[in-house]
Design a protein around this ligand. Structure first.
Ligand SMILES: Nc1ncnc2c1ncn2[C@@H]1O[C@H](COP(=O)(O)OP(=O)(O)OP(=O)(O)O)[C@@H](O)[C@H]1O
Length: 475
């Protein structure tokens, strides 16, 4: 049997599916179509330029292996990027730079079909007209992609959000469910998708609503006997963003009505974006038929941001607020508030407020107080990088010097102290500490810990170093 684009691609897919996670496969390979096979070149169609860039960045190796297996070493891969000539889609969005100074989003005019018997839709978002209703998107223009910093923790969700914004209703990410712990940016990302869609497709009707408000409106509509108007209102939306969908838990009536709205939107190629504080599997008291719909598209998790992302978020916030803060304080905050971006922002605001009300400089002591007073429950854990930084700063050297091979006494002592504190304050093994502090082995770390113990009981000056550093690292 001769090879066709489809047969070659199907074989490649089988190989790829075996070698990557099922979520990655579903996200990045299922939407691809094989288009043609000429000579040894397979052309595949991808939904967007972003998609192509992602594949090139993350999956080029596996694609190459799969294709070489099928077509030999001269195999070539050609991407065809589908661009539709509709408004906002003329430019690949990866090149689009959102304006920093957004004005508030405009109301959206929606023509309600004449068959609608009740033009006056009783919904708080609607100012009834004769045939035309205005729907406020309820989007916050400040929650946009530009202000939503990218990091390892949010890369998949952010990228999927961008893909959805580029082609609402036209990707396999429908619904797009963004889930994650408290204060990790679910609401921000939900808004950002909506804001970007309004930028690219101003004619689309976008609505952001919290599940709580949705429930209240539904209850109200039942009381006032206009449940159908309520349903009809939501069915004319092009992009529906429902925040905190887990709050529908245990509310059978609201779940039922949402189920009908969801089905209608989905069947009509409209985009649904949901956020939740848990993954679908962990949602309780949500009907099975609704849960299974949540799983139709893509569930993308927002994880705790890593250190670099936390620093970037703090710096970005300071920059936007026009405030300067010394780097060591930024690092201190990033090191001490790890699990909630809202708390991180709260601490920055408190710090700025304290310092300006009391006309005090922003100091590390003030930062410590704020962290203690405002984010008491934050678990403190110092990293080996942070320990090396604090020790190097204390001895006025840089981290490279601390890690160097030199035998100069004061540098050796600094290195030994860093190893000692890494052992004391982290859960890392001796071997891991050694490899992170200048590529030493575990025996060197053990020796360092013993030396620090001995010197602290015999040398007064050295004991002072240990006490000072201990204070700096634990406060
Ligand atoms: N990646 C990010 N870059 C910049 N700011 C972020 C990022 N993620 C979250 N934030 C900020 O953190 C704060 C909390 O985010 P948000 O309210 O979206 O969290 P959430 O996950 O919806 O929280 P909750 O679980 O309480 O509903 C917001 O001010 C948001 O702008």
């Amino acid at each position: 049997m001769s090879k066709t684009a489809e047969s070659v691609w199907n074989n490649c897919l089988a190989f790829i599916e075996d070698n990557i996670t099922s979520q990655a496969y579903k996200t990045w390979f299922e939407p691809i179509k094989a288009v043609k096979l000429t000579d040894n070149a397979l052309s595949i169609q991808v939904p967007s330029k972003f998609f192509y860039e992602w594949l090139e960045e993350h999956y080029v190796k596996i694609l190459k292996v799969a294709l070489t297996k099928e077509l030999g070493t001269t195999a070539k891969l050609v991407y065809i990027i589908r661009m539709e000539n509709t408004y906002g889609n003329k430019q690949p969005f990866t090149e689009k730079i959102p304006s920093a100074n957004r004005s508030n989003l405009q109301s959206q005019d929606v023509d309600v079909p004449l068959k609608n018997k009740s033009p006056e839709l009783k919904n708080p978002f609607i100012i009834p007209g004769i045939r035309n209703v205005k729907i406020e998107s309820q989007l916050n223009p400040n929650y946009n992609f530009e202000s939503f910093l990218e990091g390892e923790s949010n890369r998949l969700a952010r990228s999927a959000g961008l893909a959805v914004a580029n082609k609402p209703g036209g990707t396999s990410f429908n619904p797009l469910l963004i889930f994650g712990g408290v204060g990790l940016g679910k609401t921000h990302l939900g808004h950002a998708i909506g804001v970007d869609i309004k930028d690219k497709y101003p004619e689309k009707t976008v609505l952001y609503i919290s599940a709580e408000k949705f429930t209240q409106q539904y209850i109200e509509s039942v009381k006032k006997n206009n449940r159908n108007d309520f349903i009809h209102f939501y069915q004319i939306i092009d992009v529906l963003i429902v925040d905190d969908i887990q709050l529908l838990s245990g509310k059978a009536g609201t779940q039922d009505v949402f189920f009908h709205i969801f089905n209608h939107l989905h069947q009509n190629g409209k985009q649904v974006i949901l956020t939740s504080d848990k993954a679908p599997v962990d949602m309780i008291d949500i009907e099975q038929r609704l849960l299974s719909r949540f799983k139709w598209g893509l569930s993308a998790e927002l994880n705790h941001p890593d250190y670099d992302t936390r620093v970037a978020i703090i710096k970005n916030k300071l920059y936007r607020d026009g405030v300067e803060m010394p780097d060591d304080i930024v690092e201190f905050l990033a090191n001490n508030i790890k699990t909630n971006i809202r708390e991180l922002e709260g601490a920055i605001i408190s710090l700025i407020a304290h310092s300006s009300f009391n006309k005090k400089e922003i100091t590390i002591d003030l930062a410590r107080k704020i962290v203690d007073n405002y984010v008491k429950h934050t678990k403190r854990e110092v990293s080996i990088d942070y320990i090396q930084k604090v020790v190097s700063d204390y001895f006025q050297m840089d981290v490279d010097t601390l890690q160097s091979k030199t035998r100069k006494r004061h540098i050796v002592q600094a290195r030994q102290l860093a190893m000692f504190f890494a052992k004391k304050f982290t859960k890392a093994s001796l071997a891991s500490i050694g490899s992170q502090i200048g590529q030493r082995d575990h025996a060197t770390v053990l020796h360092a810990c013993k030396t620090v113990d001995n010197l602290s009981s015999t040398d007064k000056q050295f004991r002072k170093y240990v006490e000072d550093l201990s204070k700096k690292l634990t406060l």
